[in-house]
Design a protein around this ligand. Structure first.
Ligand SMILES: Cc1cc2nc3c(=O)[nH]c(=O)nc-3n(C[C@H](O)[C@H](O)[C@H](O)COP(=O)(O)O)c2cc1C
Length: 338
């Protein structure tokens, strides 16, 4: 069965959001926000803070609904990435993923993320050292872009990752210089996929079932990774799975999604200092408004609010009698109107 991974998104796809989205369904795996590695083995608490799924281990790190969670590392030093990879594997990480795609200036200035794509041998050295040190039963994967200043070196980079022993390669189908500007170059991922003998996962600009079909057709990849598409349309994975199975599916209404948003807000509240109250809520709404006009209206209402009482009142006005009703997926609740 083709797999759908929830993309890592620093500052957005955190434990509460992974919990909620994987409970909803249609997602086969997730990746944590990146853990920055310098020249030390990080203490356990750094990993469990970004990946609380490591605390409730039965076999490997999984969200409460059972979806495996890989831990992502970021940095340029092979030895220390490898040592931290081994440590987090010993803590039970479902997989160790290495970030070669982050375009942030501060990250690149500190020798991590997309800047490493400029030297494929460094990509090779980091993955090789990590694969050598991490126990064989823990997969080591890498997430790359197509290049740094342009897309020319994508094959060289991908081959370096595969030759170093990566068990899986996710390709965000743009260069660092492309930023997040459309289009995503799924055909380049197709070229990579046709030459590598490891699973290649296509990523970038999958916003709908139709995009999913095109991305798979153009890349030839079986598996995809989706970030912003799942934030703006939380049941996109369910929509895709239903279309693959030839089943009818009733997409969530805005009110159903709003109930999820409120749950996320409640769970996140105690995790952040009061002065940041509502930040994660506003961030998620900023994605949701792409798909739901109701999210735009709600975002406009809450965007300047700071206090708990004001935000709670907005949710009350929006959700009314459904305020404390747990979200139930499926057609029985799909009848509510927007
Ligand atoms: C706010 C934000 C944070 C991100 N953080 C990470 C990260 O921590 N690690 C990573 O590998 N990619 C990160 N990405 C890139 C995404 O994982 C993904 O590759 C990119 O958004 C393209 O996929 P999409 O079009 O499905 O969103 C981030 C992207 C965004 C927009």
């Amino acid at each position: 069965m083709p797999q759908i991974a929830l993309a890592p998104m620093e500052g957005v796809v955190d434990y509460p959001l992974r919990t909620l989205l994987t409970r909803l369904g249609g997602i086969d795996s997730c990746v944590t926000e990146f853990v920055r590695v310098t020249n030390l083995t990080l203490p356990r608490k750094v990993f469990t803070r970004l990946c609380p799924e490591l605390l409730a281990i039965k076999d490997i790190s999984r969200t409460p609904s059972g979806t495996p969670v890989a831990v992502q590392l970021l940095g340029g030093n092979p030895e220390w990435i490898a040592r931290n990879g081994r440590k987090v594997a010993q803590l039970g990480a479902a997989a160790v993923d290495i970030n070669f795609g982050c375009p942030a200036k501060t990250v690149n200035r500190h020798d991590g993320g997309a800047c490493l794509l400029q030297t494929p041998e460094r990509v090779y050295n980091i993955i090789k050292a990590t694969r050598d040190l991490v126990p064989a039963d823990t997969p080591v994967s890498a997430k790359i872009r197509l290049g740094y200043s342009d897309r020319k070196p994508y094959l060289e980079i991908a081959q370096a990752a595969a030759e170093a022993g990566a068990n899986r390669l996710t390709v965000h189908a743009r260069s660092k210089a492309d930023g997040y500007r459309p289009p995503a170059y799924w055909d380049c991922v197709g070229h990579i996929n046709s030459l590598l003998n490891i699973p290649v996962v296509v990523n970038g600009d999958i916003w709908s079932v139709a995009d999913y079909q095109r991305a798979r057709a153009e890349s030839g990849c079986t598996d995809v990774m989706i970030g912003r598409g799942l934030l703006s349309c939380p049941d996109l994975g369910l929509q895709i799975k239903a279309s693959l199975a030839g089943q009818q599916y009733q997409p969530l209404t805005w009110l159903q999604v709003a109930a999820l948003v409120r749950e996320h807000y409640e769970v996140s509240k105690p995790l952040f200092p009061k002065k940041y109250l509502g930040n994660r809520l506003k961030q998620w709404l900023a994605h949701l408004k792409r798909h739901y006009p109701g999210a735009q209206l709600f975002f406009d209402k809450v965007k300047t609010l700071r206090t708990e009482a004001e935000i709670d009142a907005c949710f009350h006005a929006l959700l009314g009698p459904y305020l404390h009703e747990p979200y139930l997926p499926g057609p029985s609740t799909a009848a509510r109107s927007d």
